[in-house]
Design a binder for this molecule. Structure first.
Ligand code: ZN
Length: 153
């Protein structure tokens, strides 16, 4: 059974990011500044260059693709939770180049904002804590604790 929790919507934060900012660092900084520990993020805009990751499921490691060109952010979708006691943003992006070709992946540091309009939805309630998941090698939401308490192992 999937592990789902009902949360109450608390607040929406909307604005534009600074030109030249590192996209992932800026989103994380905004969440920390507004004390958002649980939420979701949506954005559109453009980047000067990008770094996106792909999780190699066999190697259990991220491989990164560097795209050194201007692109549109046609979609950024992400969430906010807690990892190692710190606010943690996990986001994926789809970016389109001047031919309309799209690239997508896990948003990594090194993606530089040209312009970006962003909406962050904050939720009320206890934050989801990321813990190491044996099955995937990833830090996933409360997988270990919830699995044990539900008696599914
Ligand atoms: Zn990811």
């Amino acid at each position: 059974m999937s592990q789902m929790t009902r949360m109450k919507h608390a607040q929406t934060i909307i604005g534009r990011l600074n030109h030249g900012a590192d996209l992932l660092e800026e989103l994380t900084g905004i969440c920390r500044q507004h004390d958002i520990r649980l939420g979701c993020i949506e954005a559109i805009g453009a980047v000067k260059k990008a770094s996106i990751g792909f999780y190699d499921q066999q190697a259990r490691a991220y491989a990164y693709l560097t795209l050194d060109k201007a692109m549109e952010i046609t979609k950024l979708s992400g969430n906010v939770s807690v990892k190692d006691g710190q606010v943690f943003v996990h986001a994926h992006v789809t970016l389109a180049d001047d031919t309309g070709r799209a690239y997508g992946g896990h948003l990594a540091p090194g993606t530089i904002v040209f312009a970006c309009e962003c909406i962050i939805e904050a939720f009320e309630g206890p934050a989801l804590e990321r813990v190491f998941d044996e099955e995937t090698g990833l830090a996933l939401w409360g997988a270990r604790e919830q699995g044990r308490s539900a008696g599914t192992e």
